[in-house]
Ligand binder design. Sequence first.
Ligand SMILES: [Ca+2]
Length: 184
Amino acid sequence: MARLGYLGLLSLLQKIALWEWVTRLGYMGLLSLLQKIALWEWVTRLGYMGLLSYPKAGYVRFNGARYKSFTERKTRGEAVQACAADGGTLAMPKNSPTNTFLANLAKVVKSRWIGLTDANKDGHWVFEDGQTLESSGYANWRPGEPKPPNPRGGCAGFWSRGSSWSEQDCNFRRGFICQLSEGV
Ligand SMILES: [Ca+2]
């Protein structure tokens, strides 16, 4: 039973239902020990991947992905971790309709991180999935942004108002928007 604790992504009710199901199979004597282990490993892995805990609360579907805006302010790194905990990434607006949708997704308390950074190479903007901003053919920088090159690079996010982007030090604390890809 202690291993249930590993299934942190499952709700308590889901864990109980799973355990009942696995246990019942075992009682029935239908599974060898190795089969039980394999089954449990599989169930655990599904839990890690978040496949059993969908639909995620608060995510809204748009053009084949789901998005959620968070108002708590985090550093870029903390925001990435928060999205990963939901099985996703920071949101990646790669076209105008998606960008407009994200900008209007929820009430904006402060500016919000998106999944775009030049932290690895100043001036070289890359989305969370590795695609370069240039190859996406879309950008929506606020006038004067991104800021002049600095040695550390930065991270992009929605400006406080509207749908344009600004560059900020990645250690600033902003709200953020997470994205779950279809099928994740
Ligand atoms: Ca920069």
